[in-house]
Design a protein around this ligand. Structure first.
Ligand code: B1M
Length: 233
């Protein structure tokens, strides 16, 4: 499309705009995504709806075509960059909270895995719910998790993995925690597209979190249990 013909996003109604965002995310058009996120916010969409209905849903379409060999790593990287542009705008809105601190979480993507969009989203939602979040980033060996637990003394350890080849590493981390006698000092929550509840149970995690909203709910439940136990003890 030439400059003259450039689409004016503000002329689209909400449904058309969201559809256009799915296309723009697919094409890795960061500036267009940023503009559209701002437009939806101006139209009084909640940051959570913009995130889930426009960005996450768009990324799911990218995922399908990546799997089917229609999109390749360079294109997916561009899509991820556009997604991050949108998330950057939403972040301060999602973490804005008057809630008292509910607890602390250390979170990171496991060794060998560089996917971080889902983890970042979980971190934002947890901050928005009132948790303090220490983000270890990507590609974390067990030593990094242990050092962070020692330094930050969180209530919750969160681990993310997006590859079937990296998800077993969660067991390495949990087994090392058992060896060191510190497993029961923390609630361990795990997530990532290829995981499920059975896997979480098999590696010895406390719970599997399907998405960021479930992660927040699960973290809240475990914190409530912890407080009840402390009150009873
Ligand atoms: Co990758 N990739 N990728 N990739 N990539 C997947 C995961 C894949 C499923 C695509 C496919 O084939 N359909 C496939 C894995 C197949 C498998 O293992 N069976 C795959 C592959 C194969 C690869 C490479 C090996 C490709 C290659 O090089 N040939 C390579 C591996 C690199 C590595 O890690 N060593 C690779 C690389 C990349 C990019 C760098 C190009 C890019 C990542 C950019 C980035 O993250 N900065 C990328 C992307 C973007 C994807 C897809 C398309 C999208 C992932 C994403 O961001 N989703 C993905 C396809 C898919 O997942 N369907 C794919 C959006 C995000 C919001 O969802 O991450 O699931 P998600 O997070 C959710 C939940 O899972 C949950 O909450 C989040 C929010 O609701 N959650 C948690 C996640 N972590 C949590 C932690 C918690 C709780 C909940 O802790 C408490």
């Amino acid at each position: 499309m030439s400059d003259e013909e450039e689409l004016d996003l503000s002329t689209l109604n909400d449904d058309e705009l969201v559809e256009q965002m799915h296309d723009d995310l697919y094409d890795g058009l960061k500036e267009e995504i940023e503009e559209a996120v701002n437009l939806l916010l101006e139209r009084k969409w909640t940051p959570y709806d913009v995130l889930t209905k426009a960005l996450v849903k768009g990324m799911a379409i990218v995922g399908v075509d990546f799997r089917d060999g229609i999109l390749f790593v360079p294109e997916v990287l561009l899509a991820a960059g556009a997604m991050k542009g949108g998330m950057f705008i939403l972040r301060p809105l999602l973490i804005e909270t008057g809630a008292p601190r509910l607890g602390k979480m250390v979170i990171g993507t496991v060794k060998g895995d560089i996917h971080d969009i889902g983890k970042n989203l979980v971190g934002m939602m947890m901050e928005g719910a009132g948790f303090e979040v220490i983000d270890l980033g990507i590609n974390n060996p067990v030593e990094d998790y242990l050092a962070a637990l020692e330094e930050h003394k969180p209530d919750i350890l969160g681990m993310s993995a997006l590859l079937t080849t990296t998800m077993p590493y969660m067991k390495v981390v949990i087994d090392t925690m058992i060896e060191k006698g510190i497993r029961d000092d923390y609630t361990v929550l795990v997530g990532g597209a290829p995981l499920n509840e059975e896997f979480a149970a098999a590696v010895g995690a406390d719970a599997y979190c399907r998405d960021a909203a479930v992660a927040v709910e699960t973290a809240r439940e475990f914190m409530a249990r912890k407080h009840n136990q402390l009150a009873a003890g």
